[in-house]
Structure formats: C-alpha cells, structure tokens
Design a protein around this ligand. Structure first.
Ligand code: TYD
Ligand code: MG
Length: 452
C-alpha cells in the first residue's frame, strides 16, 4: 500500500510546512499548525461533458484579442449588481463572506429565486425542506431554481452535468469535501482542493459560481488567505445583527471597482434593497433635540447622510466614562481633547456617550465635525438646527480640514433639503448656483458661533 502523504498547514494563513512547529513562521501565530493528508492520486475532478475537445491556449497579440460585447448576468438585484460592477461575469467565482446569522444564505437564495435563469443552490448546511420554508418567506418567483443538499464535490458535479444550470451557488465552501483529499471538511487542504475544482468548472463552462464563506472571530474569511486570491471577487456582508441594516461591499473585484456599496434592510420576508439610504438613516422627528447632528459621509462612492447623537452629562464616578457606538473610541477621545484645549470646554469631568444611528460603523473622517457639533450641542443643551449638516475632518489643533469629494456630499445634502452644509474653508468647491448654503469654517471657534 502506498504511504499516505501528509503535510503541515497553518490554519490561520494557509502556509505549508514539511514538519510540525509551534509557531507559524509566516504569520507568527502560535499553535495553528495541523497535519493534513494531501495524498492526491491521479485527478479526474470536473470534466466537461465532451472533454475530448482539448483546448490549448496560445499567446495572442493584445490587439488581436476579441473581447466582444461585455456580457454580464443581470441578477435582478440592483444593490448586488452595483457592488459587482454591473452583474455577474460568466465563468467568475465570487466569494461572499459574513458573520453567522447576518443573512448570507437569505441574500443568495433570494437572488437565485429572482433570477430568470436556471439556477442551482447547493447547500451543505440546511435540508431541502428548510430551504423551501425559507424560500416561502421570501416569496419565490423563479420556478427554475433547483435546490441540492450535498457536500461531496464529485456528486455536485454529477448533478450539474445533468442539470446544466446557468448559475451555481454553494452554501458554504467550508462544508464541501472532495474525494481527492482525505482531511476533514473545512480544513485548509479541503477548501483549496474544492475551490480549485470549482474554478476549473466555472472557467470551462463559463458558469458563474458564488460561494458562501464563514468568517472567523476577527473578521477574516475562514480558510487560507489563498482562497481570497483564487476567487475573482470577494464580497463582504456586514452589519449589526441587532439592527436591520446590512451592508454589502466588495473587498476585491477583478471586474469592477471596490468602492461601490449595497444596502439592505432585513425584514420578515427577506432582505429589501434600500435604494435611498439617507432618508432612512436620519430619524424623523418634529422637534429639535440637543445632541443631534447630521454628517454628510461617503461610504465607498455613495453619499450617506448619517445622524450622530451625543450625550454629555456630569460624571457620577471619579473617572468619566467615554463610550462610542459605531465610531472609533480613540478618535472620540482625541476630539474631546481638542475641544478641551482649543475651545475651552471643560469636558474632563463629564461622561460622554456617542452613538451613530442605524447600527452602522463609520470610518469616514468627514464625520468629525458632526461629532463635535453633537457634543457641543449636548453640552450646552442647545439643539443644532435640523436644517444643518456637516462634512469636515477636525485636526489636532482644532483646525477644520478639507475632505474628499465634497461636491458630491453637498449635492446629496441639497437633494435631501438641508439649508446649510458646513465644510472646511480649505476645500476647493467648484459648484455654482447651489440652493444650499455652503458655510465655510476654518476653526472650531467658527463653528461654535453658529451652533450654540
Ligand atoms: P441566514 O441567511 O441564515 O444567515 P447566514 O446564512 O449568514 O448565517 O439569516 C439568518 C437571519 O435572518 C435569521 O436570524 C433570521 C433572519 N431572517 C429574517 O429576519 N427574515 C427573513 O425573511 C429570513 C429568511 C431570515
Ligand atoms: Mg447560512
């Protein structure tokens, strides 16, 4: 009997070693190296039905290559199309990552149900009945959607050959296993092998394949980093599970930009596309309350008006509390220090709480000015006019710094009916004939005069 060949793999970064060691020399993690069987006899994974037609690829001069018309499969989901850069590219492999329970299965099932093509949804996690129950909640319309519960790639390919679907969804890559590798499902070598087989299938038949991938504690897609290199597109589905908004973004996209963003709302009947997010993220209220300010931020390429809420109160205990939801706590401390030093506010003995509404996390520096305005407003108990919005970064010396794409932010604010937008004096603005008033400010002191 042939000797079983094994090798050692780091479960964190996917590096391969010939012997066991305590620390991975590539990613420096401890205790991540595990022995896996890599014995691979002669391979006969995916075979095109008429595999006697051998394709040999020849080098072509770049101007000889005919791209033809760019074909993309319209997924009938505006947000998904936008993030992909216009639709699914035939033969592409897309990986969708996200935390458990965020709605990955729901999103892809919903998309396959909406598709006008023959689609195959392969699940290694749920039974056909469970999926049917979920589909009933979503309200199906595509009767050409097939559900398969299978985890062995060889069996999946057999079914694909018989069915010839136009699109294949795999839920999830971590549950698949191939006969050619002996280690358990979800191990590095299994994930690599199954992905390689799927890539081969996708490229040879020009069928787009979407994989669902689990995410580890620290937010990386479980499995080797190589997985992300192998696929064409990596999408990330994120959001706070306790809130209804979900954000879909592309971390890597071979066929489009990574700046686009899709927004969904989780409802009782699946995910709803949110085409005008700003209107929902700003809470509707009649009276003006202190501690609220609206920031004109950009998520990727999309302008998003976001409400910042601050509460400043006298500290009951010796050490004042600072807490931020949806905003970097270190940055909050920095802005408080700037206010203390540059604007003479005695915030040192106060508790400060900051919240970004809608359960989203913002890292656009343009939100700084709205944060400062909300804190000042709560501290003075004076409401900021709800007609105002803000878009600027605040520097350490209290200077108000310019932000990128300010014109896009101004236009969005104007569209939503704000009367005034506060931006940095140093922003170059070429807009003419705007209805909205563009208030230029250069220091925190300038802002104070307007809002409190
Ligand atoms: P799911 O797609 O199973 O998450 P994942 O595949 O990312 O692990 O989604 C799970 C959550 O979505 C679940 O907690 C219930 C919720 N949900 C709704 O709120 N409405 C719906 O119509 C569906 C199908 C799910
Ligand atoms: Mg799932």
């Amino acid at each position: 009997m042939a000797k079983v060949k094994t090798s050692f793999f780091c479960q964190n970064c996917g590096s391969q070693f010939s012997k066991w060691q305590g620390q991975c020399t590539t990613c420096k993690e401890w205790n991540t190296i595990v022995e896996e069987v890599i014995q691979t006899p002669e391979k006969s994974d995916w075979k095109a039905p008429n595999s006697n037609v051998k394709r040999v690829s020849k080098p072509l001069r770049i101007d000889e290559i005919d791209v033809g018309e760019e074909i993309r499969l319209n997924t009938r989901d505006e947000e998904f199309n936008r993030v992909l850069g216009g639709g699914l590219v035939p033969g592409s492999l897309t990986l969708l990552g996200g935390e458990p329970g965020i709605g990955k299965s729901t999103l892809l099932l919903q998309i396959t149900l909406k598709l006008p093509y023959k689609s195959l949804y392969v699940s290694g996690e749920e039974s056909q009945k469970q999926i049917k129950m979920r589909a009933e909640r979503i309200n199906p319309s595509n009767t050409n959607c097939y559900i398969l519960t299978e985890t062995k790639t060889q069996n999946i390919f057999k079914q694909i050959e018989a069915l010839e679907p136009d699109i294949v969804v795999i839920d999830s890559i971590q549950t698949l296993h191939s006969d050619y590798v002996e280690s358990a499902s979800g191990s590095i070598s299994q994930i690599k092998e199954c992905t390689t087989e799927l890539i081969k299938f996708a490229k040879e038949t020009a069928t787009p394949v979407i994989l669902i991938g689990h995410i580890t504690k620290d937010g990386a897609i479980a499995g080797p980093k190589i997985l992300e290199h192998m696929v064409d597109t990596v999408l990330q589905f994120e959001g706070d599970r306790n809130h209804v908004f979900r954000i879909l973004r592309a971390n890597k996209n071979r066929f489009g930009s990574t700046n686009e963003l899709g927004i969904y709302e989780m409802q009782g009947s699946g995910l709803r596309e949110v085409s005008n997010p700003s209107e929902i993220l700003i809470s509707q209220k009649d009276e003006e309350l202190s501690g609220h300010a609206i920031a004109a931020t950009l998520e990727g390429m999309r302008p998003l008006m976001i409400e910042v809420q601050a509460l400043v109160s006298t500290a009951v205990y010796g050490t004042p509390q600072r807490s931020a939801t949806g905003f970097n706590a270190k940055r909050l401390n920095m802005l408080l220090a700037v206010l203390e030093k540059r604007a003479g506010f005695r915030l040192g003995a106060k508790d400060v709480f900051l919240n970004i509404t809608g359960g989203i996390t913002v890292d656009d520096p343009a939100i700084d000015l709205a944060v400062v305005a909300a804190i000042l407003s709560s501290n003075e108990d004076e409401a900021v006019s709800k007609e105002f919005c803000f878009a600027a970064e605040v520097g350490l010396s209290g200077e108000i710094r310019p932000v990128q794409r300010v014109e896009q932010r101004i236009l969005e604010a104007e569209k939503l009916g704000f009367s005034t937008i506060f931006v940095s004096k140093y922003n170059k603005i070429a807009l003419k004939n705007t209805v909205i008033k563009i208030q230029l400010v250069s220091k925190i002191e300038d802002l104070i005069a307007f809002i409190v």
